[in-house]
Design a protein around this ligand. Structure first.
Ligand code: 5GP
Length: 120
């Protein structure tokens, strides 16, 4: 599968379309999800052309993998999520239901999130 350079997150990275950005560094961009599922729902995306978690782990430099993880950590701190807790989630494939083909991690917080996954 080839990376779609015009996927919505690629366009956000190129600043062609707006996003409510909360953090940016050399490795990652973090912004509010347009359709939040919790009081805090932030998406963190790596800078580069990566379709999925698999693609990212197989092709990104070790420096980028670390830098991306640290960017998530930075956002968790910035939103003060350590005390009350949070959930990290990344969808992939048919069962995971990934919709946007640029690797991303969801950060959820700000309320009780319930146990793991909805039933059924
Ligand atoms: P996925 O199902 O791929 O893991 O999640 C994609 C997420 O991207 C969804 O939660 C959706 O609301 C969010 N999203 C889709 N388009 C946009 C957009 O244009 N801007 C922002 N900020 N979020 C988006």
């Amino acid at each position: 599968m080839e990376y779609d350079k015009n996927n919505i997150f690629a366009r956000i990275l190129r600043k062609e379309i707006p996003a409510n950005v909360v953090y940016e560094d050399d490795y990652a961009l973090a912004f509010h999800d347009v359709n939040p599922k919790a009081p805090i729902h932030i998406l963190v995306i790596p800078k580069g052309e990566f379709i999925s978690f698999y693609d990212f782990m197989e092709t990104a430099s070790p420096g980028l993998v670390v830098g991306f993880s640290k960017a998530i950590h930075h956002v968790l701190h910035a939103f003060d999520l350590q005390e009350m807790g949070f959930r990290l989630l990344s969808n992939y494939g048919v069962h995971g239901g990934q919709e946007v083909p640029h690797y991303h991690v969801h950060i959820f917080g700000g309320r009780l999130l319930g146990r793991m996954l909805p039933e059924g």
